[in-house]
Design a protein around this ligand. Structure first.
Ligand code: NDP
Ligand code: GDR
Length: 334
């Protein structure tokens, strides 16, 4: 019988790549989707016709128990979250509820169903944002946390809770501490996609400038398609353990802008405008992964280097906009 996976956050970037990967690996894939008329569900269905949808919300404990009871999954991937860091200052309580308490509700749903005999492995989407103001570089599984946003704090709660359920109840529950990963399906609010869309719009004469915040922040950017393979590998391991996933290379936002505009054949300095209002109340200045444990124990390696990733996103956005696609309407997904 096919293994069955339940993915929260199915309408997001990672949900789409993970679903593709699991379907290609022979899984029956279910996605948890919220809302009575969520337009992102139809976008997801267009791309992933074989994914079955179960209604539920990370804010609603009963809906998660019902979803787990209905799907009877072998594996649950908890990717659902408020994931945009600036929004976590604007709606800190909601972020705590969805991104933090949502993990508790999902773990409880699994614990309740496991007590009736189910055996379910659990993956939690932890984040390099938990490291925040870093105490050492590169960051590995033993690096201490100093989160710098309500989002990072909520993720740290979910991370420790996942460890605690593993230790308290013997659950196969793991966290992937994933560094930034991007793709042509990345939300338009995140800096890589904002820059690739900005360069594409300027190239096509649809915009004349791109406004950005802190150009000096450094991130370890990889390709989302590579990172979902790591999520799956973590749940196939003999023992439940947490892993850092990243490329081990770091670049500034300035270098990202330069690479994107170069890929579009443009000089970035003519178009990029600094905007103080886009700076964050507290910034994470530098992130760089040490993914050695994942390489040695899981055999995981990233395959798409930074310049290739940026060029892929810029080319995709030039194609999308040339064909009349509207990324702000969430209508199209390459
Ligand atoms: P996205 O922002 O693209 O997707 C977030 C998903 O969460 C959407 O499907 C959204 O669904 C869902 N969601 C939001 N609120 C709820 C809710 N109340 N109940 C159920 N689902 C909800 O994120 P990514 O795909 O980029 O990231 C996936 C996960 O990995 C997130 O948890 C993120 O925090 C984490 N992460 C991401 C990294 C990255 O670089 N991409 C790095 C490290 C961690 P809806 O359509 O209903 O809004
Ligand atoms: P991040 O990603 O906060 O690292 O979280 P984001 O792309 O939003 O920001 C990266 C860096 O770019 C700087 N920046 C800007 N960012 C945005 N969004 N818009 C701008 O105009 C801009 N100008 C400069 C930011 O200050 C920041 O330093 C992502 C999310 O996917 C999280 O969910 C995930 O956990 C982490 O990555 C790992």
């Amino acid at each position: 019988m096919a293994r069955r996976a339940l993915i929260t956050g199915i309408t997001g970037q990672d949900g789409s790549y993970l679903a593709e990967h699991l379907l290609a690996s022979g899984y029956e894939v279910w996605g948890l989707a919220r809302g009575q008329a969520n337009p992102r569900v139809s976008r997801m269905r267009k791309l992933l016709a074989d994914v079955q949808v179960v209604r539920g919300d990370l804010l609603d404990q009963g809906s998660l128990i019902s979803a787990v009871e209905k799907v009877q999954p072998d594996e649950v991937y908890n990717l659902g979250a408020i994931s945009f860091v600036p929004m976590s200052w604007e709606q800190a309580e909601l972020t705590a509820e969805v991104t933090g308490m949502g993990v508790l509700r999902m773990l409880e749903a699994i614990r309740v169903c496991s007590s009736r005999g189910a055996s379910i492995r659990f993956y939690q989407a932890s984040s390099s944002e938990m490291f925040g103001q870093v105490s050492e570089t590169p960051q590995n599984e033993r690096t201490s946390f100093h989160p710098r946003s309500p989002y990072g704090v909520a993720k740290a709660y979910g991370h420790f809770l996942t460890q605690n359920y593993r230790e308290s109840y013997g659950m196969f529950a793991v966290s992937g501490i994933l560094f930034n990963h991007e793709s042509p399906r990345r939300g338009a609010e995140f800096v890589t996609r904002k820059v690739s869309l900005g360069a594409a719009r300027i190239k096509l004469g649809l915009a004349s400038e791109l406004r950005l915040g802190n150009l000096e922040a450094r991130r370890d950017w990889g390709f989302a398609g590579d990172y979902v393979r790591a999520m799956h590998l973590m749940l196939q391991a003999d023992t439940p353990e947490d892993y850092v996933i990243g490329t081990g290379r770091t670049h500034s936002v300035r270098e990202l802008v330069e690479a994107a505009f170069t890929a579009a054949g443009l000089d970035w300095e003519k178009y990029v405008v600094g905007d103080q209002s886009l700076h964050r109340p507290a910034e994470v200045d530098l992130l760089c992964a040490d993914p050695k444990k994942a390489r040695v124990q899981l055999g995981w390696e990233p395959t798409v280097p930074f310049e290739e990733l940026v060029a892929m996103m810029v080319e995709s956005d030039i194609r999308l906009l040339s064909n009349g696609g509207d990324p702000d309407q969430d209508s199209s997904w390459p």
